[in-house]
Design a protein around this ligand. Structure first.
Ligand code: ADP
Length: 242
């Protein structure tokens, strides 16, 4: 499945013209709780990339109560994956927007072999030249503890951890004073299912990028600054402008 059935290839190509010529694409792989969201935001800021999180896109659909959300919501609430065709269509729509022209970082996508294959079709279409895949490695026992203690600013999406990085005032975002919330799928039973689902599907994705020489492993066990420094070592060495 190419994932390009949603659009006529020619019309997309025409509309995009020279988009993406040499644009940088970073893919962040890692289980729920690896810290992908935190690092993706930092990488986006540091390298001028657009941050695209499929989880955020799906939650935005749920907030807007779209038709897509009606299919996706029960699956997300159970910790299962949303079908590949839905996610691929959503990603393809998003990256056709002009703010992705200079490159972007994918957080939470691809999660299955079919999604990786669909993304490759999209990249070929848009002539993306530089792809770096970072696989964030974390001890499994850390994941549940990180996710169960995660709180998120309702407005900005800023991520806190009640143990490692608590807000100054309980339940309130340090940056903008908004309420901190817990994601419904951060309930422990759902966390376990999300981790199981991730592990069930990710091995062929890792192999796919590994055989193409695009995969880099990043130690993600330590504090966010050290993890970012590890990531920057890889991205700076792979800088397409160098
Ligand atoms: P996490 O990776 O920490 O579980 P996300 O915010 O990335 O959190 O995803 C939340 C949920 O959204 C997932 O459990 C899954 O149901 C759905 N989802 C997100 N990205 C994808 C994807 N690429 N393919 C299928 N489902 C996805």
């Amino acid at each position: 499945m190419s994932g390009l059935g949603f659009h006529n290839r020619r019309s997309v190509q025409k509309r995009l013209g020279t988009f993406w010529n040499g644009a940088r694409l970073v893919i962040l792989l890692g289980p729920p709780g690896a810290g992908k969201g935190t690092q993706a935001k930092r990488i986006a800021g540091q390298y001028g990339l657009q941050h695209l999180s499929t989880g955020d896109m799906l939650r935005d659909n749920i907030r807007r109560d779209t038709e897509l959300a009606r299919k996706a919501k029960p699956l997300i609430n159970r910790g299962e994956l949303v079908p590949d065709d839905i996610v691929l269509g959503m990603v393809q729509e998003r990256i056709a927007q002009s703010d992705c022209e200079n490159g972007f970082i994918l957080d939470g996508f691809p999660r299955t072999l079919q999604q990786a294959q669909g993304l490759e079709g999209i990249c070929r279409l848009y002539k993306s030249k530089s792809i770096t895949v970072l696989n964030m490695l974390v001890k499994p026992e850390l994941l549940i503890q990180r996710l169960a203690n995660r709180r998120i600013c309702k407005r900005s999406g800023h991520i806190y951890n009640l143990v490692d990085h608590p807000p100054i005032r309980p339940g309130i975002c340090d940056d903008d004073g908004s309420e901190l919330i817990q994601r419904p799928d951060d309930a422990e039973a759902v966390i376990r299912e999300r981790i199981r689902t991730y592990e069930q599907h990710i091995c062929p994705v890792i192999d796919y990028y590994s055989v193409r020489g695009l995969l880099y492993e990043v130690n993600a066990i330590t504090d966010p600054d050290t993890v970012m420094a590890n990531i920057m070592k890889v991205l700076d060495a792979e800088d397409p402008a160098k």
